[in-house]
Design a protein around this ligand. Structure first.
Ligand code: URA
Ligand code: SF4
Length: 246
């Protein structure tokens, strides 16, 4: 998909979401919150559902939890405009209750289509509910800060999933906030490794393992010398498949 096609696809999904009445949450929302960010990004953050501020503005993570998410991104030199931010359900559950399974199921096709269009290298799940979609059966206390393979049925078969606590949990508990800063600092390395895995997967069979081994060594060196902060993009990477983070 070209950049222009991706933009069109994401805007079409957003328009449908704003008009959607597939589940009961449409009746109590002020605004649906489709999600937003860089259509070319390699990294998608997925929260649970809009809260009060998000419902009023129609934008994800603009309240206090959003402030912490922006600070976490800033810790690795990124901004919210560098990534794509969305939620499992696009309309606010009344009183911020957990979304019901039938609401999650009704909304799932939108997230699936967003992930298909974005084809991210990394999906960062924020909180238990989001993690549950991508790493079924995992426990957040153990899975946060770790990666897992993605379920291909989620629309992003080539992504690596990385679990984090929800920023709202971090706001409530200082130790979780500290762990969230530790966790977020791992994302640049997870991204470099996911890029490499995707490149291997897409490499024509005729290219032999010696080239693959050299590429892996180069990436390992890059990852080792940049544990946090700017991700150094390999010179031989496909430029159409790279984010312009830096
Ligand atoms: N919490 C979420 O899970 N998503 C938002 O967009 C805001 C707060
Ligand atoms: Fe539609 Fe999702 Fe909103 Fe339900 S939560 S009304 S499925 S956009």
């Amino acid at each position: 998909m070209t950049d222009a096609e991706r933009r069109v696809a994401l805007e079409a999904i957003a328009a449908e979401v704003r008009d959607c009445s597939r589940c009961r949450l449409h009746a109590t929302r002020s605004n649906a919150v489709p999600g937003e960010g860089d259509p070319q990004t390699e990294v998608v953050f997925i929260g649970e559902g809009p809260g009060q501020n998000e419902d009023l503005e129609g934008r994800p993570f603009v309240g206090r939890a959003g402030g912490l998410l922006v600070n976490l991104l800033g810790h690795i030199g990124w901004t919210r405009e560098d990534v794509f931010i969305t939620n499992i359900v696009k309309c606010r559950p009344p009183g911020n209750r957990d979304p019901e399974p039938d609401e999650v199921a009704a909304c799932a096709p939108y997230l699936h289509r967003q992930l298909e269009a974005l084809d991210p290298a990394v999906i960062v799940t924020l909180g238990r509910h989001s993690m549950g979609r991508f790493m079924p059966g995992a426990r957040i206390s153990q899975a946060h800060g770790t990666t897992g393979p993605v379920d291909p049925a989620t629309g992003a078969p080539d992504a690596t999933v990385f679990a984090m606590y929800h920023p709202a949990a971090a706001l409530r508990t200082p130790s979780i906030e500290r762990e969230s800063y530790d966790d977020v600092s791992l994302i640049p390395t997870v991204l470099v490794e996911s890029r490499e895995r995707r490149r291997e997967k897409r490499r024509p069979r005729s290219e032999t393992t010696s080239a693959a081994t050299a590429a892996t060594a180069a990436t390992t060196a890059t990852a080792a010398t940049s544990p946090v902060g700017p991700v150094i993009v390999d010179a031989d990477a496909d430029p159409t498949d790279q984010l312009t983070f830096f």
